[in-house]
Ligand binder design. Structure first.
Ligand SMILES: C[S@@+](CC[C@H](N)C(=O)[O-])C[C@H]1O[C@@H](n2cnc3c(N)ncnc32)[C@H](O)[C@@H]1O
Length: 249
């Protein structure tokens, strides 16, 4: 990347970040050059800025976690439109904690739990809980392995769904910086989503609504896999792609 390829609004944001950090004009130049160099090397702007707005909270981001995407903000909207007052919520593959924390903010009375296989991700999620003063229980778990209860009203998951073979086609910004564990969905991209559905059934989770964020190309297969669930619905994202699956059992 060269400086001409960086849009003006990004340069303005890098200047603001340098101003925030610098105590003098000399320091400003030094910080700005460092930040610009990181961007020129292809590092995502959000990691350089260190935080992003997510729905109505602020989320710190760094290389321990996937950068939450706008589609996931819209998932919050979908949940809000479907569920009034859940008592127990579980977020599987929480990453920065964005979904779990935002749901806690919306449903103040609810008990929100979140799991991730990555201890590093959970450190950041806990940091985000502190910053936002939101009480969510975070547990290290391979899907539902360390989840002891099965009485959730909502189970939500945005799990890795990129087929391993196509990881190499991702933008350099993504593949060189975001954690592979947050992207790689196994040979067909479906191993985690299918395994989660299986574990929910085996652990006899009942009276719950499942919300999945999925790749549009996987939607049909996942819906087939949920054929014995109730009220299975597919919702589109803001650019009209099949993106969210809602199902009850
Ligand atoms: C696509 S990222 C989504 C992060 C966050 N929920 C969001 O929407 O921005 C997937 C997350 O799932 C986690 N993950 C991957 N495999 C997992 C597993 N077997 N059990 C639990 N979490 C897993 C990753 O560490 C990562 O944080």
């Amino acid at each position: 990347m060269n400086i001409q390829q960086i849009p003006q609004h990004e340069l303005a944001r890098l200047r603001e970040k340098a101003k925030e950090q610098a105590g003098s004009q000399f320091e400003y130049q030094e910080y700005y050059t460092k930040l610009l160099t990181r961007r020129l090397n292809g590092e995502p702007l959000q990691y350089i800025e260190e935080y992003i707005p997510f729905y109505s909270i602020q989320i710190n981001v760094d290389e321990r976690c996937l950068i939450p995407r706008p589609e996931t903000e819209y998932l919050i909207e979908i949940i809000k439109n479907n569920i009034d007052s859940p008592k127990n919520i579980l977020d599987v593959g929480t990453g920065t904690g964005c979904i779990a924390l935002m749901l806690k903010k919306l449903y103040k009375e609810s008990n929100v739990e979140a799991v991730d296989i990555s201890e590093q991700a959970l450190e950041l999620a806990k940091e985000n809980a502190r910053i936002n003063d939101l009480d969510v229980t975070f547990t290290v778990s391979n899907l539902l392995e360390n989840v002891e209860k099965n009485n959730y009203d909502i189970v939500v998951a945005n799990l890795p769904y990129i087929p391993t073979e196509t990881l190499q086609n991702l933008d350099n910004e993504v593949i060189n910086y975001e954690p592979i564990i947050a992207l790689d969905g196994g040979p067909d991209g479906l191993i985690y989503i299918n395994e989660l559905i299986k574990q929910i059934e085996e652990n006899d989770f009942k009276n719950l609504t499942l919300f999945l964020e999925v790749d549009s190309s996987h939607a049909k297969t996942i819906i087939e896999n949920l054929n014995h669930w109730k009220d299975v619905k597919l919702e589109k994202d803001l650019v009209d792609r099949d993106r969210y699956i809602i199902a009850k059992r």
